[in-house]
Design a protein around this ligand. Structure first.
Ligand code: ADP
Ligand code: MG
Length: 249
């Protein structure tokens, strides 16, 4: 990456803690993500990566600490929560498209229902986004008629249709056949280059090297290391990071 992020953090987690019963799943997380920054989150299974993503768009409540998006604290509930949540787009491992809606409808639904966009405008924008992710020819089909890679690209278009300030990706290529991984990573790399603020949980280290400004390594509910990709991959500091890298690289 050549561009450097700047300005106030767009996403800020301060002293974030979360428990699932006895399990202390997020422990004193402090994390700031600048506008335009691409942060790749890696770590062993069960280290809290998905929970971290889910707290950022408030699919999960936190027990202690504070999360702000663009300077605004995430409220407990209500209208303001819906609005702030729509500032945070999320792309999941399992594409989660609406099976009984067409591809075009999947992308227009949010803008029409949540943003109050007119149908005509929502469709114009949806076609533009479907074109951008390379699936415009599939607009009138249903999700089951598309490959996994195409469905995941639709899921990205759907998230973009809400004009989010930040996009979260939770292992977006883990459910894909190998030959489809790159078509999704290419779309994500394009978004990164265009300056989208992104938090990406992934085991795709090639993507991390190519597109990330920073790698955050989690283990046992904590952020153990945070460094630029070059530093992290060549000179990890902690034994836990070294051990993890030795298993995946
Ligand atoms: P990761 O995404 O890094 O694999 P997760 O955030 O999914 O980790 O999970 C972290 C820990 O929290 C794991 O031990 C997991 O079993 C536990 N966990 C996740 N979600 C729940 C839940 N809804 N209820 C109870 N425990 C959960
Ligand atoms: Mg996970």
């Amino acid at each position: 990456m050549t561009s450097r992020p700047n300005g106030e953090p767009l996403v800020r987690l301060s002293g974030v803690n979360k428990w699932f019963g006895e399990l202390h799943v997020l422990q004193d997380i402090d994390l700031e993500i600048a506008r335009g920054e691409v942060v790749v989150v890696i770590g062993p299974s069960g280290s809290g990566k998905s929970t971290l993503c889910r707290t950022i768009n408030r699919l999960e409540a936190i027990d202690k600490g504070e999360i702000t998006i663009d300077g605004q604290r995430l409220p407990e509930e209500g209208k303001q929560l819906a609005r702030l949540r729509s500032d945070v787009g999320m792309v999941f491992q399992s594409f989660n498209l609406f099976a009984h809606k067409t591809i075009l409808e999947n992308v227009t639904l949010g803008p029409i229902k949540v943003r109050g966009t007119s149908k005509a405008e929502a469709e114009r924008r949806a076609r533009e986004l479907l074109d951008r992710v390379g699936v415009s020819a599939q607009a009138d089909k249903y999700p089951a008629q598309l490959s996994g890679g195409q469905q995941q690209r639709v899921a990205i278009a759907r998230a973009l249709a809400m004009d989010p300030k930040v996009l979260l990706f939770d292992e977006p290529t883990s459910a894909l056949d190998p030959e489809m991984i790159n078509e999704v990573l290419d779309v994500m790399t394009g978004l990164a280059r265009e300056g989208m603020t992104m938090i990406v949980v992934t085991h795709e280290m090639g993507f991390a090297r190519r597109a990330a400004n920073r790698v955050v390594f989690m283990d046992g509910g904590r952020v153990v290391e945070s460094a630029d990709p070059e530093t992290f991959f060549t000179r990890p500091e902690s034994d836990r990071a070294k051990d993890f890298l030795s298993k995946i690289l």
